[in-house]
Design a protein around this ligand. Structure first.
Ligand code: TXA
Ligand code: MG
Length: 321
């Protein structure tokens, strides 16, 4: 399956048509690549689960081009959710809200809530607009990786991981490397106050200061599953990830650039700050597997800003099943 890189308007339109006809289109977003399907097409959505190897009760995020379409998918939207949407959309934030009849069980994993996001990547936005112009309401898109594995931040990674499960009618669109590099912040907006279910680039501090209130963050170290998908083990390469361990020669090594490479280890990433850390992390974990490395030693960044989300992903990547 070729990666489509030359993103002219006719090519984007053809991708929107493929979605409308029930095919899958992997597309870039600013967070990670998504594996898209028409969110009202039961058969197309079933293929997402099959291609990802994902359990059926794990709900999907519906992607739309603007806040206007939110009202098609969600009801009883609290004022704070509308404020958040106006402030952070398009962007790396997903809102969980009570669902309308449009959000069927096959999208929500039978829950009465639906997750919605307006991505900011220009190609994602154009694709969604074209799809909506064809009468589409939204594109369901999980991260474009096999279930439990590392999310893809380039079209090449999507191809390497999913090509054998895709057909010739499906497409992989290339929009370069994802700028943020880790998945969106998920905020539960079904209660009086917002609750962060998955930390991301939009931090709890940003949300708190914007809304001028204290919010709850899902306890990252707890073993409870508050929403399907918030599993202990996730984002895992084949290599074993170890945090703050004692690196041995031959191990892979990931740390901020100011931390020297331990003797004999294979440096997989040297990000200069937390934003670069987020952007490079998944590629570095994939690189470990491509190099046949068995153990990756990671020094997590300080838990500031997006560092909280990075630590969250690393704990899950390091979880021993
Ligand atoms: O950045 C992102 O969010 C990427 C890009 C492609 O948009 N998407 C993504 O999707 O990370 P996925 O399916 O890999 O992760 C979505 C998470 C899952 O853990 C799922 O359980 C949770 O969102 N989720 C979806 N709907 C939910 C709902 N109604 N209530 C609670 N959690 C939900
Ligand atoms: Mg995912």
């Amino acid at each position: 399956m070729p990666i489509i890189s030359d993103m002219t308007p006719p090519i984007i339109k053809a991708a929107a048509i493929a979605l409308k006809e029930g095919h899958l289109v992997a597309f870039p977003t600013e967070t990670v690549y998504g594996l898209g399907a028409n969110a009202v097409d039961k058969k197309a959505v079933a293929r997402i689960y099959q291609v990802k190897g994902r359990p059926k009760d794990h709900p999907l995020i519906v992607h739309i081009s603007s806040i206007e379409l939110l009202y098609k998918w969600a009801r009883d939207i609290p004022e704070y959710a509308i404020e958040l949407a106006k402030q952070y959309w398009p962007g790396a934030m997903t809102l969980v809200l009570p669902r309308t009849g449009l959000a069927k069980d096959f999208i929500t994993g039978t829950q009465d809530t639906v997750a919605v996001r307006v991505p900011s990547h220009p190609l994602a936005n154009k694709l969604l607009k074209e799809f909506e112009a064809l009468g589409g309401f939204g594109v369901a898109a999980p991260s474009a990786n096999r279930f439990g594995k590392v999310s893809a931040t380039t079209a090449r990674s999507v191809k390497e991981e999913l090509e054998k499960y895709l057909t010739n009618n499906d497409q992989i669109l290339d929009g370069g490397s994802s700028q943020i590099g880790i998945e969106s912040t998920i905020i539960d907006c079904t209660k009086d106050l917002p609750v962060i279910l998955r930390p991301g680039y939009i931090t709890s501090e940003m949300v708190e200061s914007f809304l001028s209130l204290n919010i709850t963050e899902f306890d990252l170290t707890s073993n409870k599953i508050m929403a399907p998908g918030l599993l202990d083990a996730h984002y895992s390469p084949n290599a074993q990830v170890l945090l703050n361990g004692v690196p041995q020669p031959g191990d892979g090594f990931i740390a901020l650039a100011n931390i020297p490479t331990p003797i004999g280890t294979v440096r997989l990433a040297s990000p200069k700050d937390n934003n670069e850390y987020a952007r490079e992390l998944y590629n570095a974990l994939r690189l470990a597997d491509n190099k046949g490395i068995k153990i990756v030693q990671v020094i997590p960044p300080m838990e500031q800003g997006v560092g909280v989300a990075i630590k969250n992903r690393l704990i899950k990547a390091a979880f021993i099943k």
